[in-house]
Design a protein around this ligand. Structure first.
Ligand code: RB5
Length: 144
C-alpha cells in the first residue's frame, strides 16, 4: 500500500516511531514533514499529505499533531478526503468498515506510541464494507 505521513512539531517523535514501524513492515511511506521541532502550521502539512491522497498518488495518509483535531479539521476540508480521528482500536476498525476513511489522524499528546501503533495496524488492515455505507459516503461526496 502506498502511504504518506505527516506531523506538526508537537508530534515529531511519534511520527518517527510510526514511520520506522511501517518501514520495518516493508511500507515505505512518503514523509511530507515536518522534520524538526521548530513550530509549524498543521494545515500546511495536512494539505501536503491530503493532496497526495486526493490525486491518487498514495492510497492513504496518516496525520499527527498534538491532539489530532487540527489535522482532522484541515484534512476534512479537502475534497475526497475522509479523515478519521482515532484514539482507540475499535474506532480505527469501524472507520475503515463504515466510512472508508483514507486519512488517519491521531494526537501525540493524547495517546502513547504503543496504542498508536495498534491503531495504525487496525486501520491499515481493515477493509471497507460497501453496501449501505457506500450510499452514505456518496452523500458525503455530493454535499459540497
Ligand atoms: C500545537 O501546539 C497544537 O496546537 C497542534 O499540534 C494541534 O494539537 C492542533 O490541533
Amino acid at each position: 500500500m502506498r502511504l504518506a505521513i505527516g506531523c506538526d512539531h508537537a508530534a515529531l517523535p511519534l511520527k518517527q516511531v510510526i514511520y520506522q514501524y511501517l518501514f520495518d513492515q516493508g511500507l515505505n511511506a512518503q514523509d511530507l514533514g515536518t522534520y524538526t521541532e521548530d513550530s509549524c502550521d498543521y494545515p500546511d502539512i495536512a494539505q501536503a499529505v491530503c493532496e497526495k491522497v486526493s490525486t491518487g498518488e498514495v492510497e492513504r495518509g496518516i496525520l499527527i499533531c498534538g491532539t489530532g483535531i487540527g489535522m482532522s479539521i484541515a484534512a476534512n476540508k479537502i475534497k475526497g478526503i475522509r479523515a478519521a480521528l482515532c484514539h482507540d482500536v475499535y474506532s480505527a476498525r469501524a472507520t475503515r468498515n463504515h466510512n472508508d476513511s483514507n486519512v488517519l489522524c491521531m494526537g501525540a499528546r493524547v495517546i502513547g506510541s504503543g496504542l498508536a501503533l495498534c491503531i495504525v495496524d487496525a486501520w491499515l488492515d481493515e477493509a471497507f464494507k460497501g453496501g449501505r455505507h457506500l450510499t452514505r459516503i456518496n452523500k458525503l461526496e455530493n454535499s459540497d
